[in-house]
Design a protein around this ligand. Sequence first.
Ligand code: BF8
Ligand code: SF4
Length: 626
Amino acid sequence: MADRTKIEERTITEDGRLMLKKVEREGIETVWDRYETQLPQCGFCELGLSCRNCVMGPCRIDPFGEGPQKGVCGADADIIVARNLGRMIAAGAASHSDHGRDLVEILKAVGENKAPGYKITSKEKLRRIAKELGIETNGDDINELAVKLAERFEEDFGTRQKAVSFVCRVPQKRLKVWEKLGIVPRGIDREVVEMMHRTHMGVDNDWANILLHGLRTSLADGWGGSMIATEVSDILFGIPKPVSSQINLGVLKEDQVNIVLHGHNPLVSEMIVQAANDESIKSLATSKGAQGINLVGLCCTGNEVLMRKGIPMAGNHLMTELVIASGAVETMIVDYQCIMPSLGHIAKCYHTKMISTSDKAKFPFMEHREFHSDNAQKLAYEIVKEAVENFSNRNKDKVYIPTEPVPIMSGFSVEALLEAMGGTLNPLIDAIKAGLIKGAVGVVGCNNPKIKHDYGHVTLTSKLIQNDILVVDTGCAAVAHGKAGLKQLDAIAKAGNGLQEVCKALSIPPVLHVGSCVDNIRILVLAAALANELNVDISDLPLAAAAPEWYSEKAVSIACYAVASGIFTVLGVAPPILGSKKIVSLLTEGLQDVVGATFAVQPDPNRAADIIIEHISKQRKNLGLN
Ligand code: BF8
Ligand code: SF4
């Protein structure tokens, strides 16, 4: 194994550093070690210049112009880079959207009384969305309405001919842009499948045409699959409201049964939450000598239950292995996405039971207990009971909970924000017009061992709020900010004077948690509402997005739908496109004239902040604001 980098180089977090010392002592391998064994990573792949779409290949293009300039089929650098990027977008859009589909299936099952334990928590939102989509109802039958809405969404996945339902939310000016380009998303599955088709050998060999379909595919995610996922989650599990909780490894409790919820879809975790509140299970825990049952979250499943239930958050992507190394976890329950296949291996060093729950996501050294609408309630109860029974197997000598948790505020859905502002966007608009708030930025996305853990998020966001830019966050970025103490009322003091004034008046922190990664659509909904209110396009607003530490294909899809929706987006890690000058120039400059927004790549978060501050002041000037 290569020499390990210093722990201080790996993460800025105290809990992470202390836990990394423990795993080093115990000889446990982590994501950082494996990253180092991969170095140097393949230069062709980093540039996007390798292709294995067929077995005449694999092929690669020499970036220095000396070796091959075409694959066996004749594809050049531009075609290969575009095809690879297209497939990344398709995979990301598929992941969010398939998660949305699972929720739609439960919504339908609830309407048909086939999902014991699940219910419609927000009847108001169900009615509101049904009305928005023009779904007729006979009378007040909420179950019938659930089925009808689910069926409408099912159609959105297939071929809808014209457009997915939520295109009705797109501001007219933006929709015209998409219509002109022919990128209005038709069906969610359709755009993903079409991308796979186009990138098969011998189909779409016009790099720009592939990329245009890439934007359409990403829009099918943002205004389709992800939007459905969030809205149906709110209907089933409730609209998030401001809630206080705690964050970092210190949320684990030495004297309690610790159950960790990891993954993305709230379908499983919501049932576990119910089961953990069952009185008979609680008394079983007491009889085993535990002071209670402590549920904590990781990654986006963690974000979902933090937003709606105030369940404490243990950590983000790069912390998922370290949570197990605490030796204090009785059971980790996973659903899907961003679950490293290494987790089961690490759990073998402790008493931790690992449970996978989705038919589409099995992992090494995990026990597979498949959740379906009809058995979820029963299964959740059994799993929590087994976790309680596992408490007595804990080896106290191995337990280490390194820090005290940090307080965090969460739960800022669009509805909650509107409520905080007295039902209208006017206070926000007035604050922007008056220059108290210069603009708003969505800081989102992952961790990646290529960037010092949490450094990108925390550095960028701290600088933005100092400059009176409101930050809304999701995913692992939100967890980073939370651990750094930026998501509590005390953090108001870290903001610029103008932003401080607004935060104090509304009693909100300067960095607002809007949810998991599918919940990035809450930012779209807010941006669309702002654009409509001001009668401008989204691309005219003083907004930006950033993903300082992104790693996943889902993040590529999010970044693309942000830009296609008109939001300037800065990435901290370069996507594999640098092998094509034409594509780099289109994405970083040319798109401005096409969709009114571009990408930028800037690994240094301080400089990324400068770029964003400059962009926002330019947008303000164009709107006639000083
Ligand atoms: O969907 S931010 S590492 S956990 S991909 Fe994954 Fe990235 Fe975290 Fe959530 Ni989003
Ligand atoms: Fe090579 Fe073309 Fe096949 Fe790709 S599609 S592997 S470039 S022959």
